[in-house]
Design a protein around this ligand. Structure first.
Ligand code: FAD
Ligand code: NAP
Length: 340
């Protein structure tokens, strides 16, 4: 039977560590409890708010909604052939534990996504990506409950409209669905190893790995991430606060005329992706701190809460950075983190 907590603290349920409360909070462990929460929502006539691991959220206010904390668990094989396995994971499974489970079974495809915080259910939300792999590369389908009528629908990859840190669930379908299960198509054999991104190759060399495997790539990614990114258990953050902007080559060339070392990568015809972290660093923000809100000292793309920052202090800082980058480089950064 579902349990409702009134005036619940969300401080430990978001990686920024924002000290806000929810009018109501319910942990959901089964499909029956989802329906009970929807009934409670209708009875009280309050909006729902879906919370996973809270690692891509900045709370700037108390939440006057009913928070549905997704704890749906379970991993199963739904199909397999000699080369592939179709694995279904429930949305409340911890993402990194799911990655480890797949690697331990020698299922390939998500090893580059090791150590990303959060839950399985949020993985399609922004088409999580790292080190040259995105969830869309291994995604088969998902199941979601329509929050208005409680009915379940299956979404194909096409219906999810995945883009760079984007999906239909962050755009026109925002707030309308509870993702309950995600199906991934992984390799059992002939794994396609992606080692050409960022520092993976040099980390594998440092590990003395001659023949990379999904296991050693995962370990390399874990080692790089531990050395570069702030651990939310030690310092509040939600990973990259901004998306890397994709701009016309002419915009990049304009920047290049002043800064020969501008970091950029090809992104389709006549376009390049700029490293937002580089732009922010060049503009002098790396290590900046005002009160308890700051820009991380090692990775300028990550905004941090040194302890008691309020959400709006972090989002004000983000707005100041956006304005400054636009003035200096003519590029408008977009926030990646969901702000409420
Ligand atoms: P939450 O923060 O709980 O929710 C995010 C959004 O999705 C909210 O709008 C919420 O309402 C919605 N939502 C959550 N679950 C569901 C559901 N089941 N159904 C419907 N809506 C839902 N991201 C990357 O892409 N790549 C990275 O490499 C990466 N590295 C990170 C490193 C650090 C240190 C941190 C703190 C974050 C990083 N992130 C990264 C961001 C974050 O971990 C991911 O976006 C992750 O998928 C968020 O999962 P979550 O369960 O915490 O989602
Ligand atoms: P990095 O390796 O220092 O690289 C800086 C940026 O350059 C990255 O953001 C990455 O873009 C891009 N890049 C690097 N090599 C590339 C290549 N070969 N081709 C195309 N683009 C390339 O980055 P980092 O900060 O240490 O992060 C490593 C990876 O983890 C990145 O993929 C990053 O997206 C991911 N990550 C994401 C978050 C988040 O919250 N979203 C947080 C931490 C790390 P992309 O970002 O487009 O990959």
């Amino acid at each position: 039977m579902m349990n409702i907590i009134e005036a619940a603290s969300l401080k430990k349920l978001n990686t920024f560590g924002m000290d806000v409360s929810a009018d109501y909070l319910s942990e959901v462990n089964s499909p029956e409890e989802i329906q009970q929460v929807l009934e409670f929502r209708d009875k009280k006539n309050i909006p729902l708010f879906i919370l996973g691991g809270g690692s891509n959220i900045l709370f700037s206010r108390n939440i006057h909604e009913l928070v549905l904390l997704n704890r749906l668990k379970g991993i199963e094989i739904v199909d397999e052939n000699s080369n592939h396995v179709w694995v279904q994971a429930s949305a409340g499974e911890n993402w990194h534990q799911f990655v480890q489970y797949c690697i331990n079974n020698d299922w390939g495809g998500i090893e580059n996504l090791s150590l990303i915080p959060g839950n399985v259910g949020a993985s399609p939300m922004q088409n999580i990506g790292a080190y040259g792999v995105e969830i869309k590369d291994v995604f088969h389908s998902l199941e979601a409950v329509n929050l208005s009528d409680g009915k379940t629908k299956e979404f194909s990859a096409k219906e999810c409209s995945f883009g760079y840190r984007e999906s239909v669930f962050k755009q026109e379908e925002k707030g309308k669905w509870l993702i309950t299960k995600v199906n991934y198509k992984l390799t059992k054999d002939n794994h396609i190893l992606k080692t050409g991104y960022g520092a993976i190759t040099s980390e594998l060399e440092a590990m003395n790995v001659k023949k990379p495997s999904i296991q050693s790539i995962s370990e390399a990614v874990i080692r790089i991430r531990r050395s570069k990114l702030p651990n939310p258990e030690e310092i509040g953050n939600a990973g990259s606060f901004f998306k890397n902007p994709v701009v016309d080559i002419s915009v990049m060339q304009q920047i290049q005329s002043q800064y020969a070392d501008v970091v950029n990568y090809p992104a389709g015809e006549n376009q390049v992706k700029l490293a937002a972290g580089w732009l922010i660093e060049k503009a002098g923000w790396k290590g900046y701190r005002k009160g308890d809100a700051g820009v991380h000292k090692n990775q300028a793309l990550v905004l941090v809460n040194y302890g008691h920052s309020a959400g709006n202090e972090i989002s004000d800082l983000a707005d100041q950075i956006i304005e400054d980058i636009e003035n200096k480089f003519g590029v408008k950064l977009e926030k990646e983190v969901n702000i409420y």
